[in-house]
Design a protein around this ligand. Sequence first.
Ligand SMILES: [Zn+2]
Length: 179
Amino acid sequence: MHFDYCPHCGQKTAMRQMGDDGAVPYCEQCGIPLFDMFSTCVLSVVISPAGEIALIRQSYGQQEFFVGVAGYMKPGETAEEAAAREITEEIGITPERTEFAFSRWHSAKGQLMLCFCAFSAQDAFTCSQEVREAKWFTPQQALQACRPGSIIGQLVQYAVGLPTMQSLQKMHEIGGKKF
Ligand SMILES: [Zn+2]
């Protein structure tokens, strides 16, 4: 969001040179710069103790592809906390830990996406009303379930390449169980 007007006092802003940041909207009345604002979202793939990947289909929007667990950050949260909270809210899993993977600018939505791999000790889902379906996939199935070139597709690709992921799968195979 670009501030043509000050959100605090309603006065029209004027562009002002702010050092290295260049021209920034400025409110003369409040004496503050008003940098462009955007939402920051978290996006996660959940990884099972067997090295499977959980993806979901939402109750709304497109149904062709599976997506990750995503949501808006709340003030006061770390991104790791937000990622874990969204996973608990949407699929009823409390991750053991969440690891930051990478960030991407979602140009269609004008949002910054912070992407995480979340490791779960449980594999039973309790889905919220926003989630139509949650499902465990093998790494290969997970890659095919996502829209090609999407941010979630890139995140699954990243997760599949994690050394942790490979050791989880190896341990599971040694345990004598298959996916
Ligand atoms: Zn103002």
